[in-house]
Design a protein around this ligand. Structure first.
Ligand SMILES: Nc1ncnc2c1ncn2[C@@H]1O[C@H](COP(=O)(O)OP(=O)(O)OP(=O)(O)O)[C@@H](O)[C@H]1O
Length: 618
């Protein structure tokens, strides 16, 4: 059964225009400015560092271990130099063998320290990274909960999910390896160069000259990898969006037999993702080849130049051996940096995407000094209210003024798309008025805290949304601390107890995702029971227009009347029976509130409402 009121535009039209309105809105990247922006880059760097604050002791221990790893790595060639240069040159000294064993012992002790430090860094460092990653994900999720309806009108859920889940996967590695790899690499490099400079400054200078070329090469491919990774993150978000859309709407997909179409669309996204991955891997391969070549090149140069200097400049074989050992220590930071750069790219692009989302300020927030709305009596006032969804868009509501008394039951009727739902959405501040004022108990809704406002207003929407889980869990959403008895009482008041008891596990029955295992009328009664538990002073009920059989409709109707008792109620009414019960009927048209009064008065006036009613009765 459809709405008993014929509409100026059909519902299908209204939904289509909703859809088009949404589509027309430019989907922006969450941040209006680019990540290249300098000031923002600085703020992000500070934000990045701030995540370490709760883990400072662990970070310091991590850095101390990094220092130990670097120091022990450089110490081993120095010990080798001592053994080869000092002890082997005096093989006849009485304690030479003993000293060699002693040096062996020292080197084993150094190795033991190194192993312990590596273990600490690997284990505790990763734990720290994972904790920070969890904190960022939590912050993202909590932030998303605060963003307003208008934000979600513009964004796609699949894309947002990708930012919260996929993109944050590398953050832990980044936060862990960032300080550790950089400090180990820098310390090892500096330590090895220092030892090398002591042994042979000329050979060291040759290596020092080569290093900037390696750095420039790395920076070049670093940038290419960055671009490719950013793109592939956007594309995996596109895949997420497709999956979310196609699986959430699987019933529509299958009923239109459009599985092949969806598969084709998915494959397009999949291919685009693959292409961006390929670009990334190409840059990565060039990068690895370059760093590996540099390492090998240094080794060859040391062997050749070192050998020449043994013959011509009196460099000892022991020094040459130490030199080669030091070059191995020197090459490690270069390879470590190469790995780190890849990791940095993955992690940092994810971090930037996370920050872009965190930088979106909720446009509906508590004003400074907002007061608690104590148990409201439920008087609602609209003063000269105008509203439009977009800055440049048309006004949906123009200069509406209206007073609703505490406890009044008001039915809102009118053609589809004139703004009935929009008008109601302004009361709990799902959107803020463009002009004018909405008040509850004489207080501007913008002057009270959002939490207390939304506690006072219960909304039962036409598009029933239930969460996966059991019946009881869904009901408890209305009041998390409700007892089992209270839940049952609410279900009884909402005419839902009987059908719930008949389910296989009663209140513990799993209702499937979004309540797919329940009928439309049953779902609506559950949401009414949820509102009973919430017990708000003001109730907004967007009556379902979809088919409910007579019995279901009666059950929902009774539940609604029961729920409305003692509270201010606004029903966006589609059924004659609801309208008849109302204290006052408001007819909203494109020109504003065209008529108001009770059923009899409006019928007697013979205006728009009477016309609608007559058509509906035919
Ligand atoms: N989130 C939105 N963004 C942009 N435009 C919107 C949005 N929601 C609604 N609109 C537009 O605002 C107008 C009023 O919509 P609203 O849903 O308030 O009408 P309604 O009278 O409740 O319709 P119905 O009876 O069909 O539910 C419509 O033209 C609609 O396209």
């Amino acid at each position: 059964m459809h709405s008993q009121f014929p509409s100026a535009r059909t519902h299908a039209d209204a939904r289509l225009s909703h859809f088009l309105a949404k589509f027309r809105k430019r989907r922006i990247r969450p941040s209006g400015r680019t990540s290249a922006d300098g000031g923002r880059g600085f703020a992000r760097a500070r934000k990045f560092l701030s995540y370490y604050r709760p883990h400072l002791p662990l970070l310091l221990a991590d850095l101390a271990c990094a220092l130990l790893i670097a120091a022990t790595a450089v110490a081993l060639p120095v010990c080798a130099n001592y053994v080869t240069k000092r002890l082997l040159s005096l093989p006849d000294a009485p304690d030479a063998i003993g000293q060699i064993y002693a040096m062996g012992g020292i080197m084993l002790a150094i190795l033991a320290v190194q192993v312990l430090a590596i273990f600490f860094v690997d284990y505790q460092g990763h734990v720290m990274g994972a904790r920070i990653e969890g904190a960022v994900r939590k912050e993202l999720f909590e932030h998303c909960q605060k963003l307003s309806f208008s934000f979600y009108d513009r964004q796609r859920v699949g894309q947002l999910m990708s930012r919260i889940t996929n993109d944050s996967l590398w953050l832990g590695e980044l936060f862990h390896h960032g300080p550790e790899d950089l400090s180990i690499a820098a310390l090892k490099f500096a330590g090895a160069m220092l030892v090398l400079a002591f042994i042979d400054p000329v050979l060291t200078a040759v290596i020092a000259v080569l290093t900037p070329f390696a750095v420039l090469y790395a920076l070049h491919f670093n940038r290419a990898m960055n671009v490719a990774l950013q793109r592939s993150k956007e594309r995996i978000a596109g895949i997420n969006e497709r999956v979310e859309d196609a699986l959430s709407g699987i019933r529509v997909v299958q009923s239109f037999a459009n599985e092949a179409l969806e598969a084709r669309r998915f494959e397009e996204e999949n291919q685009r993702f693959l292409e961006s991955r390929k670009d990334g891997y190409r840059s990565e391969a060039w990068f690895s080849v370059g760093s590996e070549t540099f390492a090998q090149l240094v080794m060859v140069i040391v062997i050749v130049v070192g050998a020449v200097r043994i013959l011509t400049a009196g460099l000892s074989v022991a020094d040459m051996l130490t030199f080669l050992l030091c070059v191995a220590v020197l090459v490690d930071p270069i390879q470590r940096l190469a790995n780190f750069v890849r990791l940095w790219q993955e992690g940092y692009t994810g971090f930037v995407r996370a920050m872009e989302l965190l930088e979106v300020a909720p446009d509906i927030e508590d004003r400074p000094g907002a007061v608690e709305l104590r148990r409201a009596t439920g008087a609602i006032g609209f003063r000269d209210v105008s509203f439009r969804y977009e800055e440049e868009g048309p006004h949906v509501l123009s200069r509406i003024s209206l007073d609703i008394a505490p406890g009044e039951f008001v039915a809102l009727v009118g053609p589809s798309g004139v703004g009935k739902s929009t008008l109601c959405a302004l009361i709990p501040r799902f959107y803020d008025v463009t002009q004018g004022q909405v008040s509850i108990d004489g207080l501007d809704v913008r002057d009270v805290t959002l939490a207390s406002l939304r506690r006072s207003v219960g909304v039962v929407q036409q598009d029933v949304y239930l969460f996966s889980g059991t019946v009881a869990e869904n009901l408890r959403y209305g009041r998390p601390d409700a007892s089992d008895e209270e839940i049952m009482a609410a279900a009884k008041s909402a005419n839902a107890h009987e059908f719930i008891s008949a389910l296989s596990n009663g209140y513990d029955t799993d209702i499937g995702q979004r309540g797919v295992k329940l009928s439309g009328g049953q779902k609506q009664r559950l949401t009414i029971a949820r509102a009973f538990l919430k017990n708000p002073s003001i109730l907004i009920f967007d009556e379902a227009t979809s088919a409910l059989d007579n019995e279901s409709e009666r059950a929902v109707q009774q539940a609604l009347l029961e729920l409305a008792r003692g509270r201010t109620t606004i029903v966006i009414a589609h059924r004659l029976s609801t309208v008849r019960n109302a204290d006052r009927i408001l007819v909203l048209t494109e020109d504003g509130i065209a008529e108001e009064g009770n059923h009899d008065a409006l019928m007697a006036a013979g205006g728009f409402y009477a016309g609608l009613h007559r058509q509906a009765s035919i």
